[in-house]
Design a binder for this molecule. Structure first.
Ligand code: FES
Length: 106
């Protein structure tokens, strides 16, 4: 699927992410090296660090937030109404066209 990711320097990247590898958005950001190693995905995708926070810029239908994600975002920095933890967003055909911005490092 096609995803647009704006990095922390404001640069837009258009990436193609595979839907058949059980990846999540945080892993895609890491595999394209769109955020420096050690600044994203610190907890390994367990919804326990918020380093993978992104702002969702499209009205793409995403899986509902689970309690652990909501709890983590309630204590994270730079949280906005459109914040999500990218490790909790699976790469599925439904998210084609998604556009996100990586939240500042905290
Ligand atoms: Fe830690 Fe997403 S990688 S919350």
């Amino acid at each position: 699927v096609n995803i647009t990711i704006i990095d922390r320097d404001g640069v837009k990247h258009n990436v193609n992410a595979p839907t058949d590898m059980a990846m999540n958005l945080m892993e895609v950001i890491r595999s394209y090296e769109l955020a420096p190693e050690g600044t994203i995905g610190i907890c390994g995708g367990m919804a326990m660090c918020a380093s993978c926070q992104c702002y969702i810029l499209t009205d793409t239908e995403l899986p509902e937030m689970q309690d652990d994600e909501e709890a983590m975002l309630s204590e994270a920095f730079y949280v906005k109404d459109n914040s999500r933890l990218s490790c909790q967003i699976p790469i599925t055909p439904e998210i084609d066209g998604l556009e996100v911005e990586i939240a500042p490092e905290s």
